[in-house]
Design a protein around this ligand. Structure first.
Ligand code: 13P
Length: 336
């Protein structure tokens, strides 16, 4: 087993998943302001530290994706944040892209930036304790999108990023997110997601990426948020599995889904069914941001000193997601 594959398995084995706490300051400000908490470095750290020191970290969370601000912060116990995360047996990770910008040549689409100076930034993150990284390419669906230009350029950037990350001894999360926004059907989402994933692997192979040493972070196959042709969880699971079976090389061992705007319950139920029907060798788990943090954030915002109450909610959510990653979740367990 390679060192990179060991990291993948440490993060994703036994139903463990990833806590995506890498919201940029802009996104975190929106999340905090939505619950009437001012967004300061101290408040961002306080909420995140509350989650990172919850007991559920040890049993359910294999990795945490951090944002640049957080990886450089010190916890109230005078440990660095990567030290706090490692103490629970989880692996610290870091978002290394610098965001999605307007794509020249197709102004309604985006290209993710951050390749300039990346090799040096990675060396610094490694020193700070990170052992895996994240880069998100983003694609929207409409009658003309995603364009060939967006599919090609984002795949190329994801592959160049992955090569630099593996060179530095870390595991790249490859995240091509086809957004839920729009009134498209699940079939269209299936076709577009297939095209996007296929192109990513074409580029990853050209860039000589060790596929066993990556984590793929895809979206599930869903009908658009404003579509009137919603599909059941059973269908989501079956279409998602079909898409991944047809387009992901079997050398890949780890897949961790994003929640992408699904509710906590939807993201859990869909993941559970994916695992019930999983007849592949891929590990299929979660790398959720909103679907792990939403309820905890709401509760915390009412009393930011109530660490125990906030952690209880987070522990339950992480527990449910870990059960779903093993196909063992049920509505009865959810209600307990
Ligand atoms: P969501 O689960 O909220 O989609 O966030 C996951 C993520 O890391 C998006 O890049």
């Amino acid at each position: 087993m390679t060192e990179l594959n060991k990291i993948v398995l440490k993060i994703l084995s036994s139903g463990k998943g990833i806590l995506a706490a890498d919201e940029s300051n802009g996104t975190m400000t929106k999340r905090l302001e939505s619950v009437n908490i001012p967004s300061s470095p101290e408040n961002r750290l306080l909420f995140r530290e509350t989650l990172f020191s919850a007991s559920g970290m040890k049993d359910f969370i294999g990795g945490v994706i951090l944002y640049d601000e957080t990886i450089n912060q010190t916890s109230s116990l005078k440990q660095t944040i990567p030290e706090l995360i490692s103490k629970f047996g989880a692996v610290p990770g870091i978002k290394v892209d610098t965001g999605a910008k307007i794509l020249a040549g197709s102004h309604e689409e985006k290209i993710t930036e951050g390749l300039d100076g990346l090799r040096e930034r990675l060396k610094n993150y490694y020193k700070l304790g990170a052992r895996f990284t994240k880069w998100r390419g983003v694609y929207n669906i409409s009658d003309k999108y995603p364009s060939k230009l967006s599919v090609h350029s984002n795949a190329h950037a994801l592959a160049r990023y992955s090569a630099l990350v593996q060179e530095c001894g870390m595991v790249p999360i490859v995240e091509p997110e086809v957004l839920m926004d729009g009134d498209h059907s699940a079939e269209i989402c299936f076709d577009k997601t297939s095209e996007v994933i296929q192109k990513c692997f074409e580029e990853l192979i050209i860039h000589k990426i060790d596929l066993n040493g990556i984590i793929l972070k895809p979206n599930m196959i869903l009908a658009g948020t404003t579509s009137d042709k919603k599909i059941s969880s059973e269908e989501v699971a079956k279409l998602t599995l079909k898409c991944l079976k047809e387009n992901v090389p079997t050398d890949v061992s780890g897949i961790a889904f994003l929640s992408g705007g699904q509710t906590e319950l939807e993201a859990t139920e869909n993941l559970n069914l994916i695992n019930k029907y999983n007849d592949t060798n891929f590990i299929m788990t979660y790398s959720y941001g909103r679907a792990l943090q939403q309820s905890a954030l709401k509760f915390w915002s009412k009393d930011t000193n109530n660490t125990t109450g906030t952690q209880k909610i987070f522990n339950h959510r992480a527990n449910m997601c870990t059960l779903a990653a093993q196909g063992k979740w049920s509505k009865e367990l959810e209600a307990k």
